[in-house]
Design a protein around this ligand. Sequence first.
Ligand code: NDP
Length: 450
Amino acid sequence: MKNYDYDLFVLGAGSGGVRASRVASSYGAKVGICEEDKVGGTCVIRGCIPKKLLVYGAHYSDEVEDSIAYGWDIDIKSFNWETLLKNKDNEIDRLNNIYKKILSNNNVELFEGRGFFIDKHTLQIGDKKITANKILIATGGIPYLPRINGVERVITSNEAFHLKKLPKKIVINGGGYIAVEFASIFNGLGSDVTIVYRGEQILKGFDSGVRGFLANEIKKKGIKIETSKEIVSIEKSGPDNIVKISDGGKISADTVMFATGRVPNTSNLGLENIDVEVDKKGAVIVDRNHRTSVSNIYAIGDVTNIINLTPVALNEGICFADSVFGQKDRIMDYSAIPTAVFSLPNVATVGLTEAEARYKFKSIEIYESNFKGLKHTLTGRNELTFMKIVVNSESKKILGFHMVGSEAGEIIQGLAVSLKIGVTKDQLDSVLGVHPSSAEEFVTMRTKVS
Ligand code: NDP
């Protein structure tokens, strides 16, 4: 057999790439990895982690206001955006170093730079040329920007984490995860926020009950939502921007953010030199073993555009390394993946939406509840919690759990375990609640929605 520098070389040190490389190394493979930015990838450096820190920051405005009803008299002078960003950056630097240590402790050699395919076993990284028996593409995704006049004036989530000043007035284009999460962040920190979304209701793909409920809740907090409208251009007007909308309307704002989806990070990798097949969005096409059209080259995570979530990339990384280097045949299970949108309030869900369940099963039952949490009986805050259970009427198996409310992500994580192992509505009903909690509502809902 030909001698290569590495048994495995990984392109991209994000969640999936780091996990795959260290698991492969634990099986005795000689592993190298390259990264052109900080180690940690989208999630750690410019996604989930810094985003959630900003969400925590944004929630304090409500917490402080609510504390008055509980007897506190807190004198808040101001909010300092620079302090929040500095502390967030320190934490991201700490995590970047931890990720580097994870690689070195697991004997994975890190190269700084973008990997470029010369041939199917050879990569150029800066001025270095390396060879590898197997190569894993884990380069993630990058923000997508539609081509409209003035798009060079907009920011994406990448820049939102480093703004010099907190926007006074921001327009956010899009109605998905990032648009809704950043709308809540900026709203909580005091910006005037307008979402412009081309569809009828934000969060396409989520359960319809959740979508309408969240839209109402964030509107109550002052976020404006312009649905069925598109941004047609952005023009400069002094220090501000004039955002022109498809209905003829105009919004002036100091900051315009586009959260219009992400695309696979596959350009400038030299994929054309090795004939790895990509789809029309540029996503690397893989089989169920994460193998591309070239037999020694694999791909995992957002670059394959299957389900773009960190836990998915991590698990794909494990499945790949276990199967290819650990002689354990592991196939990724894409069913019942829980997910949360860290808006304020949070949205979380696992399993089928009502519409998906109606399409798939002959007969289903729906249980729904909305209520004011105990905390807000004193604060008077008009914030409601929504919960929904979708059940197969024939087998009585739970098909989906959906929630909008405080700590929805934490609550749905536990319920995801039960859904994955096939819990029935009767079994759910036999569980006692943790009292008093919001979560107990999930085990006490008895009346079907007609
Ligand atoms: P999403 O795909 O969630 O949302 C993109 C939004 O942009 C949609 O509302 C879409 O509209 C709209 N859009 C797309 N193209 C255009 C266009 N040309 N003009 C106007 N609007 C447009 O992407 P995000 O960028 O919010 O996030 C990317 C992915 O990252 C998510 O799908 C998710 O997988 C992951 N993510 C996960 C998070 C989490 O787990 N909490 C947090 C953030 C991101 P339409 O609905 O009509 O298609």
